[in-house]
Write a protein that binds this ligand. Structure first.
Ligand code: CO
Length: 134
């Protein structure tokens, strides 16, 4: 059911510094920061030949990333995103298998303008999983 690894998301305490580190120290293609108010995040995407890295920083009050950074002040891997062909079919299969979908269970539009869902980390070995309809 799952396809390509779309991205790995890393929560960072200093977005400009992290973006610059990827650009200079790691020599990567780094995009411009973009605000995602629906998700409470400001993101910078880094294009790698085989996937992307998503640097995440809190945006606004009650951002889920603020809570994550409070527990992990140096930053850390926040989630991984797998592509699926049909997000509704994927959700229904996961729910039938007893997995928990976060929020109201309906896909939201993610940072790439495509529908996304998040799965409960306790159901997946402590890893927050995002599904994106490719
Ligand atoms: Co993501």
């Amino acid at each position: 059911m799952i396809g390509r690894l779309n991205h790995v998301a890393i929560a960072v305490p200093d977005l400009a510094r992290a973006a610059e580190q990827y650009r200079t120290t790691l020599g990567a293609e780094v995009g411009a920061p973009q605000d995602e108010p629906d998700h409470g995040v400001r993101v910078v995407f880094i294009d790698l030949p085989n996937t992307k890295i998503e640097l995440l920083h809190p945006l606004g009050d009650g951002s889920p990333i603020a809570a994550f950074l409070a527990k992990n002040p140096a930053g850390g891997i926040h989630h991984i995103c797998y592509e699926v062909d049909d997000i509704i079919a994927a959700r229904d299969r996961l729910l039938a298998d007893g997995a928990r979908v976060l929020g109201d269970g309906d896909p939201k539009i993610g940072a790439h303008g495509k529908p996304v869902l998040f799965l409960h980390p306790k159901d997946f070995n402590g890893c927050l999983i995002e599904l994106e309809q490719a």
